[in-house]
Write a new protein. Sequence first.
Length: 97
Amino acid sequence: MHSNNILRSIRNDLPLHFVIKQLDKMAPYSKLIEGFLRFECPHCHQLRATVNPKNNLAHCFCCQNNINNIDLMMNIGYDFKQAVNILEKWLRQYNSK
Ligand SMILES: [Zn+2]
């Protein structure tokens, strides 16, 4: 069972750019454009999903979807439980830096 604290933490405290880096070849195509990390939106497949560092959410300026860490993992093919387990591990790695 995952507490709400953990879920909140992996959504907010683990930067999306770190998750994309960890995903390496599995990550959606991404590019730094004008200082913002953009990646290929899992919904409309345009390079318009833009990470907002203030709320750690990606917003797609094409289809208007918002994508958080858990959404990103599930769009790649992990189920919710797997996604949370992996993100929890990466959060520990990130925090130990
Ligand atoms: Zn989109």
